[in-house]
Structure formats: C-alpha cells, structure tokens
Design a protein around this ligand. Structure first.
Ligand code: SF4
Length: 363
C-alpha cells in the first residue's frame, strides 16, 4: 500500500429518511445506515465487509465507490473529494469522469445487471467504446477475446456470441467481472457477488477475483454476509476484514486476528454463527443476551451492541466507544480494549433491568 490511500472515508455518514406507513403522521424516522465510519483503502488492497443483513455494509461499499452520496463526513479518491468533483465545487484536481471509471461495481445478481437482448460481445464492447473511443473495432475484439480467455471462457468466439440466458450464473458473473475490469478500475465493489452462485462455484469465483486482482492491480471491497468467504478472500489477498453492526464499523483488521482472536463481542457472535469457523468446544448457544436486532431507526444509546452483548456493563449504555487502535491495522470499538475505562468499575447489565433505547445525542 502506498502512503496516500486510494479511497479514504472520513467519519462518513449516510442517513436515510425511513418510509412511514400510510396512516403514520409522526415525524419522519431516520435510518443511520452508515454512521461515523473512517476507513482507508489502499492500492491492491482487499477489504471484506461482513455483518448481518441491514447492517449497512452495502451502503458503506457504495459510499466508498461514489455511488452513494454521504450525508456527512467525506469520501476522497486519491485525495480528491469525490462529491466536490461531481458538483464542480472546491478544488477539483481529478475530473469526475476519471473517478467514475476508476471505481466499479459487480452486483449480486449478474443476470439482472446484464442486458438480456445484448450478446456478450456487445455488452463488453460498450464500456470500451465509452472510455476508449479511439480504440479500433479490431483491437476492441482482440481485447475482449483476451479477457474471456483470462477468465476461462473458451472458445472465446463462442461465448462472445451468446446471450445472457445462454450462460450459467457463474459465467454471467464472469462477464460482469470482465465488464468492470475493462474500465481499468482501481477499485471494484463486489456486492455479495458470489452469494447467488452454487456453493461449489464460490471458491472458483473468489480464486478468479484474486488472480485478476494481482494481474490488473485492482483493489476490492468485498461485501458478504459469510465470514468464512470474507476470510478466504481477505487472507489470500493479504487484506482485512471489516465487521459492521447497525451502521458502525465495529472491528477491522487482518483476517486471522479477526477470526482467531476477535476483540469485539459481536465479532464472536458472527464467528459462532459461521459453521465453518466454529471451534471445538464452542458453546451450543449463541454468545448473546438477546437475539433480536434493534430497530435501526431507533438504535440503542451508548454502544449499539449493549442490548445483546454478554459483556455489557452500565458504562456501555450511556457512552459510545471510540475506535481503539490495537496495532497491525486492527481496530475495535469496545471499552474492553481500554484498560483505564470506567467500564471496568461499572456493574454488569442484567436482563431484568430496563435498557434505554433513546438515541445517544453524541453519535
Ligand atoms: S462496549 Fe460494552 S456493550 Fe459494547 S461491545 Fe464492548 S462490552 Fe459490549
């Protein structure tokens, strides 16, 4: 990783107005999909974001690649504020078009992101025509054949003439990956990109992404609900795993530290919930006090995990933990990583105590 991050999120927030019911005349609720996240993504970096459904991982990924405008904080590409570049405000050193080309996405369902009426050749020619208008037709086709062969789709001429419905799910996802790579991107957001594939094809797809990442000097943000897949990709790429909970990045670090020595109680829950990562002698019951996920429109005060955390103490209900630096790129938002915190002298939370649910004004 070079000194300057490729993409840098600084205290990024994405707050959505929640839809209210037909007869709901109360004030509009706000969902804090991403709340105060700071994260640097380097060159040839891999960050695998994991967490329960609705935790904000996809929104964070889209914010990192400039597809989602943050409602607070900033998102920079090579030091350039992405949204200043788009709006033409402030100092713009990197044109927005270049940023847009450099930050790409592969969706969960490749079938719906490919035009069903367009053959593979037409699908892959479109980005080249747009971003490299001077490239001759012959060179375009040679480039496409080369890429099809690189992802193992041979004979390439045969695949180039097929429609999406004539491809398997894995082949469709390879076409989506080629389409992103033809932009010569610096960063690709792979949003649950292997979730729709058969289990047997997932490792193949991750291996392909790893191979192409090295070949094309690309970084990946890989969004997944599966900690085992996140570990596979991040550990083979020398990357990191980031754990999201209710809009916050609560732990991030090298994959083996996250899996073998998780510091946040919620990361331990995710590991427990991943059969491939269970260790011998692990408890039968999940390591939580409460299995219900709080309403993201009304997140708990203090540490957002305190309503479920088996380690919660009174101090956790009123204060929101900062991000503690544990070294080697490992950071965690839990008071247990601060030996001097009041947490250690405060009484444990018991389940018969009412738990405050009002939002913490400091978050
Ligand atoms: S700060 Fe408290 S409630 Fe939050 S994860 Fe740590 S111990 Fe649990």
């Amino acid at each position: 990783m070079s000194d300057e991050p490729l993409v840098s999120l600084e205290n990024a927030e994405v707050h959505f107005e929640a839809e209210s019911g037909l007869f709901d005349f109360s004030d509009t609720d706000v969902v804090r999909a991403v709340d105060g996240v700071s994260l640097d993504i380097g060159e040839q970096d891999v960050v695998a974001l994991v967490g329960e459904s609705g935790c904000g991982k996809t929104t964070l990924g889209k914010t990192a690649i400039g597809l989602q405008r943050p409602t607070g904080g900033s998102v920079n590409y090579r030091g350039q504020d992405i949204w200043d570049a788009k709006d033409g405000s402030g100092d713009v050193d990197i044109p927005y078009n270049e940023i847009r080309r450099s930050l790409q996405i592969i969706h969960q369902d490749p079938g719906s992101s490919l035009n069903p009426n367009r053959k593979v050749l037409g699908t892959l020619e479109a980005p080249l025509k747009r971003w490299q208008p001077d490239m001759s037709s012959g060179d375009r086709r040679r480039e496409i054949v080369k890429m099809l062969e690189a992802v193992g789709m041979t004979p390439a001429a045969d695949y180039a003439g097929r429609y999406p419905h004539q491809l398997s799910g894995g082949e469709q996802q390879r076409i989506a990956l080629i389409r992103a790579l033809l932009m010569d991107p610096d960063l690709i957001l792979a949003d649950e990109a292997i979730s729709a594939l058969d289990v047997s094809l997932r490792v193949d797809m991750m291996d392909l992404m790893l191979e192409l990442q090295g070949q094309f000097n690309t970084s990946f943000v890989f969004v997944s609900h599966d900690l085992a897949n996140a570990r596979y990709l991040a550990s083979h790429a020398g990357g990191r795993i980031g754990v999201m909970y209710l809009g916050e990045l609560i732990e991030v670090g090298p994959p083996e530290q996250i899996i073998n020595d998780p510091q946040h109680p919620y990361t331990k829950v995710l590991r427990w919930a991943t059969p491939d990562l269970r260790t011998v002698g692990e408890a039968e019951e999940p390591p939580v006090r409460n299995i219900d996920i709080p309403d993201p429109k009304n997140p708990p005060s203090g540490c957002r995990f305190h309503t479920r955390c088996p380690e919660a103490r009174d101090a956790c209900m009123g204060q929101s933990p900062e991000s503690y630096d544990l070294g080697s790129g490992h950071r965690v938002r839990c008071f247990r990583s601060d030996d001097d915190h009041d947490y250690w002298s405060s009484p444990p939370v018991t389940d018969d105590e009412p738990t405050p649910r009002t939002p913490d004004p400091s978050t």
